[in-house]
Design a protein around this ligand. Structure first.
Ligand code: GDP
Ligand code: MG
Length: 596
C-alpha cells in the first residue's frame, strides 16, 4: 500500500470511557467485521479482559475507509489503558502518527486520560479530541468540550461528539482520522526496520509479533533478525489483522501487521525491539527498548502444597505470553513452597494471580505486596531486598525506597480528604491544578510502598469512587525504614515480616499480633505472639493454654462423635504448620495475611 493512503492511530482513554465499544463500532461501520460476526469487545481477546472490561494486551486491526473516492487503510492500534502497562502504551503510541483522545461526556477528563495524553504528546502525535457516550442523559458535552479545549488548545467546536453505543458521529470521526492524521513516512529502499509493539503467545501458532514498518520491506519466507539479540528466525507468515489474520505478500513502509516465526516464547520477540532482515540488516535500531522493570513483589503459594509443581508449570506457561512476569522459587515456614514473583504493578499482580487460579485451576495465597529496597549496612555493603524476610540483620546505615509521581483527579470538594490521605502516606505535594470549574488534579511524590498497600481502596472510599489515580516511577529516596518481625513463641514467622516506616511499625505490630491471636488455636501451653524490630519487642499478645478438661469431655461420649472428631483432627493435621513447637493451621496464616 502507498503510505499516503495509510493512517495509523490509537485510542487513548481512561478505563470505562468506552474505548472498546468505540473500537467495535468502528469495525462494524467500516465493514471490517460483518454484523453477524460481531460480538462485544471483539478486540479484547482474553476472557479475563472481557469479563473485567479491561484491555491487557494491545492489538492492531486494519480497516478500509473511503473518503472522496479514495480508499484508505486505517490501522487502529489498541492500547492498554492502565498505568501498570505504561511501557506497552508508549510502544503502541510510537507506532502511530495520531491518537483519538476519548473522554466520557458524562465524566470528563480523568487521571489516565491525562497520563496517556502526555505520553501521546511526547510522541508528537496528532490529537483528535472526542467526547463519547453523548447518548447518556447525564452527558454534558458543552461543559466537557470546553474542558478538553482548555487542556489541549483549540476551540470547543473542534471536539467531536460521538456515541460508540448508537454509532452517532462515528463516520465523521473516521473522516477526521483521514483528514487530520499525517500519513506515515519512511524510506522504502533502506534496509528493513520494523518496530515490535506487541507480541502475544498463541497455543497453536506460537508467538505472534505485531510490528509497525518504518523503512524497507519484509517478505514471506525471508530470514529476519531481532536487533537487540541478533537472533535470526525464519518468517513463516506475514500479514495483517483485518481483524482476522490474513497473510499478505509482505509489509512495506508505514504498514502495520503481524509476523509468525514459530518461536514459542515471547521473550524472543520483545516489545520495543527492532526487526530487520538477516540478508541486508540495518545498522541502526529504532529508539526505545528498555526492559520493563518489576515494581511490586509478592510471594505466591499454593494453598494445597501438592499443587507446587502445577504452579511452577503454570508460571512457565504464563511467562511465554507475558515477558514482564518474573519469578523464582521461595520457601516459607508459614506457607511452604512457592514463588517470589515480580510484577509491573498491582493490577498486574491481580491479573496474574487471577489467570493462574482460573486458567490452571489453582488456589493461591499471595503475601503482602512489597517493593524493592536498597539496604546499605554499616560495613558499606548494599543489598537489594524484594522480600522483607531477607532484610539484613545487624546495623543498617541507610535504606532507599522507590518513589513515584502520583496524579489524582477528583471533584474539588474532596481536596481536603485526599490531602489528608496522601500526607498519611508520606506524600509531598508537588502541585495542584484546576480543570474546568469543579475538578482538580493533585500531584504528589510518594513512596511506592505506601501505594501498593490498599491506597487505591482508601482513595476510592474517601471520594465516593470519584477520584482517579495514575502514577509513574520517579527515582528512589532514603527513609527511616525498619523491618518488623512477627514471632510465635520466639520463632519468626517469615511471611509476616514487613518493611515499614518507623512511625508505622507499632501500628503494624499491633494489627498483626491481634489478628493472629484471634486465629491461632489454643495449644497445651501458652503461646506468646510478639512483634519486634530486631531484638526489641514492640507489641505482644498471647494465646492462653488449652484447659485440660476440654479433651476429657469427649471420652465417654458417644463413640461415633469421638471418631468424627479424630478424623477431623487427622484431616486438619495435614495442613498444620509447625512454628517451633506451635502447631498452626495454614488457614490461620492465610486469613491473617488476607485480613479476613
Ligand atoms: P473501555 O474500558 O474504555 O474499553 O470501555 P468499554 O468500551 O468497555 O465501555 C465501558 C462501559 O461504558 C460499558 O458498560 C459500555 O457499555 C459503556 N459504553 C461505552 N460506550 C458507550 C456509549 O457511547 N454510550 C453509552 N450509553 N454507554 C457506553
Ligand atoms: Mg476496553
Amino acid at each position: 500500500t502507498d503510505p499516503s493512503f495509510i493512517r495509523n492511530f490509537c485510542i487513548i482513554a481512561h478505563i470505562d470511557h468506552g474505548k472498546s465499544t468505540l473500537a467495535d463500532r468502528m469495525l462494524g461501520v467500516t465493514g471490517a467485521v460483518a454484523d453477524r460476526d460481531m460480538r462485544a469487545q471483539y478486540l479484547d481477546r482474553m476472557d479475563i479482559e472481557r469479563e473485567r472490561g479491561i484491555t491487557i494486551k494491545s492489538q492492531a486491526v486494519r480497516m478500509p475507509w473511503e473518503l472522496d473516492g479514495q480508499t484508505y487503510a486505517l490501522n487502529m492500534i489498541d492500547t492498554p489503558g492502565h498505568v501498570d502497562f505504561t511501557y506497552e502504551v508508549s510502544r503502541s503510541l510510537a507506532a502511530c502518527e495520531g491518537a483519538i483522545l476519548l473522554v466520557d461526556a458524562a465524566q470528563g477528563i480523568e487521571a489516565q486520560t491525562l497520563a496517556n495524553l502526555y505520553l501521546a504528546m511526547e510522541n508528537d502525535l496528532e490529537i483528535i479530541p472526542v467526547l463519547n457516550k453523548i447518548d447518556l442523559p447525564a452527558a454534558d458535552p458543552e461543559k466537557y468540550a470546553k474542558e478538553l479545549a482548555n487542556l489541549i488548545g483549540g476551540s470547543p467546536d473542534d471536539v467531536l461528539k460521538v456515541s460508540g453505543k448508537t454509532g452517532a458521529g462515528v463516520e465523521e470521526l473516521l473522516d477526521r482520522v483521514v483528514q487530520r492524521i499525517p500519513n506515515p513516512v519512511g524510506n522504502p529502499d533502506a534496509p528493513a526496520r520494523a518496530m515490535i509493539f506487541d507480541s502475544v503467545y498463541d497455543t497453536y501458532r506460537g508467538v505472534i509479533t505485531y510490528v509497525r514498518m518504518i523503512d524497507g520491506h519484509l517478505s514471506p519466507r525471508e530470514r529476519i533478525q531481532m536487533m537487540s539479540t541478533r537472533a535470526v528466525h525464519e518468517l513463516l507468515e506475514i500479514g495483517v489483522s483485518s481483524p482476522e489474520p490474513s497473510p499478505t505478500k509482505g509489509l512495506g513502509v508505514g504498514e502495520v501487521g503481524y509476523l509468525i516465526t514459530g518461536v514459542k516464547d515471547v521473550r524472543q520477540s520483545k516489545v520495543g525491539d527492532t526487526v530487520t532482515t538477516a540478508a541486508k540488516p540495518s545498522t541502526e535500531a529504532l529508539p526505545g527498548y528498555t526492559d520493563p522493570k518489576p515494581m511490586v513483589f509478592s510471594g505466591l503459594y499454593p494453598i494445597d502444597g501438592s499443587d507446587y509443581p502445577v504452579l511452577r508449570d503454570a508460571l512457565d506457561k504464563l511467562k511465554l505470553s507475558d515477558a514482564s512476569l518474573n519469578y523464582e522459587p521461595e520457601t516459607s515456614v508459614a506457607l511452604g513452597f512457592g514463588f517470589r514473583c515480580g510484577f509491573l504493578g498491582l493490577l498486574h499482580l491481580e491479573i496474574v494471580t487471577e489467570r493462574l487460579e482460573r486458567e490452571f485451576n489453582l488456589d493461591l495465597i499471595a503475601t503482602a505486596p512489597s517493593v524493592t529496597y536498597e539496604v546499605t549496612t554499616d560495613d558499606k555493603k548494599t543489598v537489594t531486598v524484594t522480600n522483607p524476610s531477607e532484610f539484613p540483620g545487624g546495623k543498617i546505615a541507610s535504606v532507599e525506597e522507590p518513589m513515584v509521581k502520583v496524579g489524582i483527579l477528583a471533584p474539588k470538594d474532596y481536596v481536603g480528604t485526599i490531602m489528608e490521605l496522601c500526607q498519611g502516606r508520606r506524600g509531598a505535594l508537588l502541585g495542584m491544578e484546576y480543570f474546568g470549574e469543579d475538578r482538580v488534579e493533585l500531584r504528589y511524590t510518594m513512596p511506592l510502598g505506601e501505594i501498593v498497600f490498599d491506597f487505591f481502596d482508601h482513595l476510592k472510599s474517601r471520594t465516593q469512587g470519584y477520584a482517579s489515580l495514575d502514577y509513574e516511577p520517579s527515582g528512589a529516596q532514603t527513609a527511616d525504614l525498619v523491618k518488623v518481625d512477627i514471632l510465635l513463641q520466639g520463632e519468626q514467622v517469615d511471611a509476616f515480616s514487613a518493611i515499614v516506616h518507623r512511625d508505622k511499625a507499632y501500628a503494624y505490630g499491633v494489627l498483626m499480633t491481634e489478628r493472629l491471636k484471634k486465629l491461632i488455636p489454643r495449644q497445651q501451653f501458652e503461646v506468646p505472639i510478639q512483634a519486634a524490630i530486631g531484638a526489641r519487642i514492640i507489641a505482644r499478645e498471647s494465646v492462653r493454654a488449652m484447659r485440660k478438661d476440654v479433651l476429657a469431655k469427649c471420652y465417654g461420649g458417644d463413640i461415633s462423635r469421638k471418631r468424627k472428631l479424630l478424623e477431623k483432627q487427622k484431616e486438619g493435621k495435614k495442613r498444620m504448620k509447625m512454628v517451633g513447637r506451635v502447631e498452626v493451621p495454614q488457614e490461620a496464616f492465610i486469613a491473617a495475611l488476607s485480613g479476613e
